[in-house]
Design a protein around this ligand. Structure first.
Ligand SMILES: [Fe+2]
Length: 272
């Protein structure tokens, strides 16, 4: 059985700290074959930097997915995206002018795993500077190109807002990929399941970030935005004592590429 662990959006320092603290015990108890994480909010809630990515690589995370904020930090330049292309995937269904790779293949002792990242279109119009292409047509084309005979399992991170689009995407891919895990909303959903064709599915894994926040950012700032209607700049709580830790563990039969089970975990942990 091929075991994959996937952390939902790691949001800023509280998220990074919580993951770093929890990982040694999780790795020892679960012995996963591959550890993945969504990192589009890794550096202070928006984007990713070399330093923050290296921090997670040192902690034991092997592969990374992006989202609408993956290009937000100027420091994480085209050069950095190219440098980490073997381990970090940017969304597939965006213009080809963007750098980075839209697929990564990981060697595990149970065989090769293909990783992809797609953006949803519904309610995402103002969340990415350019037009997002249709994920359904895009994923079919992507699978034709990259799902070769040597690939034993395929995991797709669907970074999207609307639950309907996410559920539909899961059914569209049922039987074609091993797992579809949702990210972006930062709220874990209680619908982890194995679809009829053997695809593990969850609408949203949830986040790893400050507890007592609004989706990882200071609640006061979010409230101010709602109360005044003004564009208030968001910030990550720097004094968070508690963090949400959200991840899934998926067991995949490497012979068929079908998933056997998916276990969602959502914990509140103390940040030391
Ligand atoms: Fe996002």
């Amino acid at each position: 059985m091929l075991k994959i662990l996937f952390f939902g959006d790691i949001a800023g320092e509280p998220g990074r700290k919580a993951v770093r603290q929890a990982l040694p015990a999780i790795l020892e108890n679960e012995q996963p074959d591959l550890v993945l994480a969504n990192v589009e909010n890794l550096a202070h809630g928006k984007g990713v930097t070399v330093k923050t990515l290296e921090e997670l690589i040192r902690a034991g995370i092997q592969g990374f997915t992006g989202g609408n904020h993956i290009f937000s930090k100027r420091e994480f330049s085209n050069e950095a995206l190219e440098k980490y292309a073997a381990v970090l995937v940017r969304p597939v269904n965006i213009s080809s002018i963007y750098s980075g790779k839209a697929q990564a293949v990981f060697e595990t002792t149970k065989g090769k795993v293909l990783l992809g990242n797609f953006l949803g279109q519904v309610f995402m119009e103002n969340q990415f500077p350019e037009i997002v292409g249709p994920p359904f047509a895009s994923v079919s084309e992507w699978l034709d190109q990259h799902k070769t005979e040597q690939i034993k399992a395929v995991l797709i991170d669907f970074h999207a807002e609307a639950t309907s689009e996410k559920v539909a995407f899961g059914y569209f891919l049922d039987g074609k990929v091993s797992a579809v895990v949702g990210t972006h909303t930062h709220i874990p959903t209680a619908d982890a399941k194995i679809l009829p064709g053997g695809t593990a599915y969850i609408t949203d894994v949830g986040m790893c970030g400050a507890a007592g926040s609004v989706l990882g950012v200071k609640k006061e700032l979010s409230l101010e935005r709602f109360l005044t209607g003004k564009k208030v700049a968001f910030d990550i709580p720097d004094d968070a004592e508690l963090a949400e830790l959200s991840y899934v563990i998926i067991n995949i039969d490497e012979n068929s590429g079908k998933s056997q089970d998916i276990k969602p975990i959502h914990q509140i942990t103390k940040i030391k």
